[in-house]
Design a protein around this ligand. Structure first.
Ligand code: GAP
Length: 512
């Protein structure tokens, strides 16, 4: 099965089992907007808890807030979003399709990089055990030529985008002979800037109404509350403010399922530090965030850093944590050293002082900020796409199993009476009524036990416990492990301990 086919299967699976539905489906859907179903909402809540606990509970100097989506419109002028939160767009005149010019170029570069990887694979096959990959990459003429080509296009693209030279962006698309995937033609319009913020009106009568924006990031809600939190929480620098919430962007190229959406959720933390100490904290948070990802156990090799060479004017360092999604390595989280840009801008635009008096140095200053910003939906996709497995079993049967990290699984225990009679359902309910205070449980008595196991595998439930006739006599149940499918007979009193051991947030948090 190709990666593309696998990706399609997991999207279908997400819908079939109540994880993710296209939004407004009975009206044929709304592009790039999705709803989380009954299991998706549970999984999402578990991801939020993992993030929130790692930030707010485990760090005495980080507190969490929940600011409003609607904010004063001047905030978005101060932050630079009104003036510069733009995507460069280009239309193909034949297909009438609109594209992000930078994405067309990035896809073109990715194709060149794919050629390099194919060449390396060919080399591996040809030379077998004696293959020296590093040497091959450094000397093979095809690899070197493509590397140079990719680097040249990347550099030209960055230069054109950073200087806002839209004609140069268009010229590069033409020079690279990029064609529209729909029409196959190179009949391109000029490149234009398009602001990504959604706007609406606030006010009871249209004449009085003010244009306001749906926030494109949660971070500004943190910046404008910096002093409120610092004073009321008696916070001393360095300290952080964390927030989870919705953000909205009118993405033109919205694709790859929940990877790029128009309404999504972010988990952001702004860490306020003494000017001059930001690089130390930037490195600290880079390491911490990578450790957070790795502790989930999706595979260390699935993560890599992408350090930004070209920086936004307000940043003095920035890196992405990229994840190996089914469609390649893509940004999952950003870690940015944002200097004092945001607080200084808000000081200027609001006319209010946003300074901190440092009792250790006896100075007042505008703190510097190191930001960690992760997409909740992208984390969902990272977890879900890694967990999705189509397995061939030894007995020739097939099963679809979601090997989710147990702490994130929507349902932790399925309680299954072997048959629907002989007091087994009553006994099963009794066990479930006790377990449900500790874990999210699901009761199921329909169909054969084999079918019920498959249903639980498909939603990633780490444990199934089966109640049979013997249970009524010895108070023992069969506990089945999702991944190994091993079954063990244990006393009912031991169930809680076994499940707790596996689904404990503590064990994962301790690894960070
Ligand atoms: N406050 C900084 C900020 O918003 P960003 O790189 O624009 O930085 C941070 O966004 C994270 O939010 C990204 O790494 C990504 O995970 C997520 N994100 C951004 N745009 C998104 C979209 N359209 N759909 C889903 N997630 C998105």
């Amino acid at each position: 099965m190709t990666q593309e086919e696998l990706f399609k299967s997991l999207i279908a699976h997400a819908k079939e089992y109540g994880f993710i539905f296209p939004s407004s489906e009975i009206y044929d859907g709304l592009s790039a907007v999705y709803d989380y179903g009954q299991l998706g909402a549970e999984l999402k809540n578990n991801i939020k808890r993992y993030w929130w606990d790692s930030m707010v509970r485990l760090n005495e100097n980080i507190v969490g807030i929940d600011s409003a989506i609607f904010m004063h419109p001047k905030i978005w002028e101060a932050s630079g979003h009104v003036g510069a939160f733009n995507d460069p767009l280009i239309d193909n005149k034949d297909s009438k399709k609109r594209y992000r010019a930078d994405v067309l170029l990035e896809d073109h570069i990715a194709k060149i990089e794919e050629k390099i990887e194919k060449e390396v694979e060919k080399g591996k096959k040809k030379f077998g055990d004696s293959f020296d990959e590093a040497q091959f990459r450094a000397t093979n003429p095809n690899v070197l030529r493509n590397k140079e080509k990719a680097a040249e296009i990347t550099s030209k693209m960055n230069e054109a985008l950073n200087s806002g030279d839209l004609e140069a962006v268009r010229q590069l698309i033409i020079d690279c002979e990029i064609v529209c995937p729909i029409s196959g033609s190179r009949n391109w319009t000029e490149v234009r800037q398009f602001n990504l913020m959604f706007s609406t009106q606030m006010g009871s009568v249209s004449e009085d109404a003010n244009v306001i924006y749906l926030r494109p990031e949660t971070a500004q809600g943190i910046f404008v509350n910096f002093l409120n939190v610092q004073k009321t929480g008696r916070m001393k620098i360095p300290f952080g403010i964390a927030q989870i919430g919705k953000a909205f962007r009118n993405e033109i190229v919205a694709r790859q399922f929940i990877f790029r959406m128009r309404e999504f959720e972010q988990m952001e933390m702004q860490f306020f530090v003494r000017p001059g100490e930001e690089m130390k904290w930037y490195e600290h948070w880079k390491a911490q965030r990578l450790a957070w990802h790795k502790a989930l156990g999706l595979g260390d090799e699935k993560y890599r850093f992408h350090n930004h060479e070209k920086l936004a004017h307000y940043a003095n360092a920035a890196a992405d944590i990229e994840f190996l999604f089914p469609f390649g390595f893509k940004e999952l989280e950003g870690i940015h050293s944002r200097t004092d840009f945001d607080l200084s801008q808000h000081q200027k635009f609001s006319g209010r002082k946003l300074q901190y008096f440092d009792p250790e140095t006896n100075e007042s200053y505008v703190p510097y900020v190191v930001e960690t910003s992760i997409g909740l939906d992208r984390t969902f996709l990272a977890v879900y796409s890694t967990a999705y497995c189509e397995e061939k079993l030894e007995n020739g049967e097939e099963r679809v199993v979601l090997k989710l990290p147990a702490i994130l699984a929507p349902v932790k225990v399925a309680v299954l009476p072997l048959v629907k009679k002989d007091m087994l359902p009553e006994k099963a309910r009794e066990i479930m009524n006790d377990l449900k205070y500790d874990f999210n449980c699901q009761y199921d008595e329909k169909d054969s036990i084999g079918k019920r196991y498959r249903r639980q595998d498909a939603i990633g439930t780490p444990f199934c416990i089966t109640i049979d006739h013997q249970t009524l006599e010895d108070n023992c149940v069969t506990i089945r492990d999702r991944d190994t499918m091993q079954q063990e007979r244990i006393p009912v009193e031991k169930v809680r301990g076994i499940v707790e051991e596996r689904v404990s947030f503590r064990k994962v948090l301790e690894k960070i």
